[in-house]
Design a protein around this ligand. Structure first.
Ligand code: PCG
Length: 147
């Protein structure tokens, strides 16, 4: 079973798209095991995007992520990283397929609706920036009808 870290960027919250994005994940059978709305700190943003430090877009990216509340979550499922990246689409909304989340709602490479970790290692590292172990919940999805 894999775990994936994902967050809804500030403009996604400001545009009222929280439910839309979460419902697309849920409809694919993806299980949410941790979720909260937070205002990211500068330290958290810099740790999250450490690999982009020094790049031309880095300062804008940090400013954008700090510009309003975000929704952070941890997802769990078999091959969930691959599945989520497929559902959200290419980083650049112009290259993302039309049916994907970024392909439908993304406005630019920075305002691309969501961030999702790109590997098991980065997911592990990134979820620790925002969640403690006791915020991750263990439960079963209810997929069976009662008689
Ligand atoms: P995300 O959050 O999935 O991971 C890193 C982010 O950096 C990415 O989405 C984009 O928002 C941003 N990013 C990556 N490459 C570029 C780029 O070439 N230009 C700009 N403006 N942003 C980028």
């Amino acid at each position: 079973m894999e775990r994936e870290f994902l967050f809804l960027k500030p403009n996604t919250v400001r545009r009222g798209l929280i439910g839309e994005v979460i419902s697309r994940l849920e409809r694919r059978g993806i299980k949410i095991i941790a979720l909260k709305m937070i205002w990211v700190t500068k330290e958290q943003a810099e740790e999250l995007y450490q690999e982009h430090k020094g790049k031309s877009f880095y300062n804008d990216l940090i400013d954008f992520v700090l510009s309003g509340p975000v929704v952070v979550m941890i997802l769990e499922g078999p091959r969930v990283i691959e599945m989520v990246r497929h559902i959200i689409g290419n980083t650049d909304p112009l290259k993302a397929s039309p049916g994907s989340i970024r392909g439908e709602f993304g406005m630019s490479v920075t305002k691309n609706i969501v961030h999702a970790s790109d590997s098991l290692e980065s997911a592990k590292r990134e979820m620790k920036i925002f969640f403690s172990e006791n915020e991750i919940l263990n439960y079963r999805l209810d997929v069976q009808h009662d008689l």
